[in-house]
Write a protein that binds this ligand. Sequence first.
Ligand code: NAD
Length: 321
Amino acid sequence: SSVSTLGVHESVGEVFPAAVFCDALSAVDPSVQIVGGEGSAGSRGDGENDELAACDALVTFAYEDRFLDADLTWIHSIQAGVDRFPFDALADRNIALTNSTGIHGDVVGETAVGMMLSFARRLHTHRSNQERGEWRKPAWNDAFPLRRESACVVGLGTLGTGIATRASALGMDVTGVKRTPTPVDGVDEVYPPADLREAIGDARFVALAVPLTDDTEGMVSAPELDAMREDAYLINVARGPVVDQGALVDALDSGAVAGAGLDVFETEPLPAESSLWDREEVILTPHAAGFNVEYYERVATIVRENLRRLAAGESLTNRVV
Ligand code: NAD
């Protein structure tokens, strides 16, 4: 049934200003109002002050348990990954959950392949030297061309194909891992998850693009890192717990792998005491691979489409629960 009041949770401000997002929805039928986060003035549940109670649908970045007890019929996550949401509890209460997959393939693909370019062309080292005012050329055998290097992309959805097509465009040999190992454009060979170690064993770059699920948690642990080439780089733009971070630190220490490009971590923000901060062959980004000036408009497009579908009695797109 159609939505009368759509809430925009202030946590969307982690990614774009809530007011800018509301402007992008100015032409929709429901009234759109910003909902304060837990502990804010509007979240006390005291009658007219309870912003959430006025909404029958909510667009949000954060998850809060009080969402379950509001009168929501639909929650939209502005992230593609919805691992923070309790699927069973939402289903029990008939609250639909939709995510924002489908919109990050280009930007996250650019970030992941940008990390590959940086490792190959030593841009990260040059930038570090620049900060110290040092003019220093790389060793003769440090830098390498990306062309004909190999990348294995684990998970071939929106992000994975975004990475694969860009790696392929740079002349790399691309393989991938997919639950149903059917052919994918730009990917030379597709392996099933059971053959993960074989799939990643020959790759100079292993890029992770799977959602965090029971199946993918710890998917890359010590045995997988051992299976990788010693000159290989691990790129994780998926979710931190897909990698056993302690095992990765050990692999970096022992030289089992050459380096890592990491946008996501077991704990975010990455704690100051993490030894990952201080490594030459680690490029860290603060879970920002999807950040771009169009983010709000891309999410608004999904939300507008689902408002239309609800009004027309059609099923939701990007539905997870
Ligand atoms: P998607 O649903 O389009 O793609 C995920 C793919 O992974 C699907 O094709 C699915 O079949 C596959 N998959 C699931 N389990 C698998 C397994 N065990 N082995 C191999 N493949 C498996 O989602 P997406 O938009 O590509 O996003 C993927 C994930 O990346 C999200 O769930 C999110 O956690 C993360 N993400 C991170 C950022 C960022 O800013 N770093 C941005 C967007 C998404």
